[in-house]
Design a binder for this molecule. Structure first.
Ligand SMILES: [Zn+2]
Length: 267
């Protein structure tokens, strides 16, 4: 399985795209979050992922930096479905709040005819805490991260019988997620800024972490490979090096600080 970061920034970044990514296996795509806008189409194009090849999509929570890009994905699909160019369906996974908003977006932003097509061809699949589905040929379990800001779900995807990747969305690790994170082969954890950015960026105020916080949590939980994302963008050219240097002081596994459009092979 391959992971392509389509965006790696927090909500208000201007130098990169909002955090979202695609998992890819045997020509099938699973998109996680959509970023905040039309930029999702550019990022997918640059990544060589045809938007309508994505048939499974998960939205972690209702914040605009994760959800409003969905309008553009939807627009691509509805145009394709209506013209007869596209077959099959689009499956959208999310908790009740996300499903409600996704439905409202479709009804507010598109014509009545398009909304009819949406109801017929876009499957809104409401997920509950601890519930599992088969997606792109892998078992995926969604779970409530018990966010302090807005109801948010993360997920675990099995890579094989013994190894998995867990994504904690855009909030610092909570103890309630321990069973999904402990001994994970791969963990995706937000890291808003370096420790030295504590005063300037105040990550705690938004329930975000510094690089050192995220790495310390991963170290304690026996994570093997850690991917940091959802960061500030004040020094993107220097981000990989600076974040990696800080993280290495507390995390002994393999540490990844990907740039937008970087692909990681999940071995
Ligand atoms: Zn966010």
């Amino acid at each position: 399985m391959k992971l392509t970061m389509l965006g790696t920034g927090h909500a208000m970044v201007t130098e990169c795209y909002n955090t979202c990514f695609a998992l890819q296996d045997e020509g099938k795509y699973f998109l996680i979050d959509c970023g905040g806008g039309n930029g999702i189409l550019r990022q997918l194009k640059r990544a060589g992922i045809p938007v309508t090849d994505i048939r499974d999509l998960f939205i972690t929570h209702r914040h605009v930096d994760h959800m409003t890009g969905f309008v553009w994905i939807l627009r691509s699909f509805l145009a394709g479905f209506r013209s007869g160019r596209l077959e099959g369906e689009l499956r959208v996974y999310g908790h009740d709040e996300v499903m409600h908003i996704a439905d409202r977006m479709a009804s507010y932003f598109f014509t009545e005819q398009e909304y009819d097509v949406f109801k017929e061809r876009v499957k809104l699949i409401e997920v509950h805490d601890g519930e599992s589905f088969e997606i792109i040929g892998h078992k995926v379990t969604f779970f409530d991260i018990q966010s302090n800001k807005a109801k948010q779900f993360g997920f675990r995807i099995m890579l094989d019988d013994e190894r998995w990747l867990t994504c904690l969305g855009d909030e610092a690790y909570h103890d309630c997620c321990e069973k999904y994170v402990l001994d994970a082969e791969w963990l995706m954890h937000e890291a808003f800024c370096l420790s030295t950015g504590n005063i300037r960026f105040d990550p705690k105020e938004k329930y975000h972490s510094t690089v050192a916080d995220a790495c310390a949590a991963a170290e304690e939980l026996g994570v093997h490979n850690l991917i940091l994302y959802h960061t500030e963008d004040s020094d993107l050219p220097g981000r990989k090096q600076a974040y990696t240097a800080e993280g290495r002081t507390v995390f002994s596994g393999r540490l990844y600080v990907p740039d937008d459009l970087e692909t990681i092979v999940l071995e």
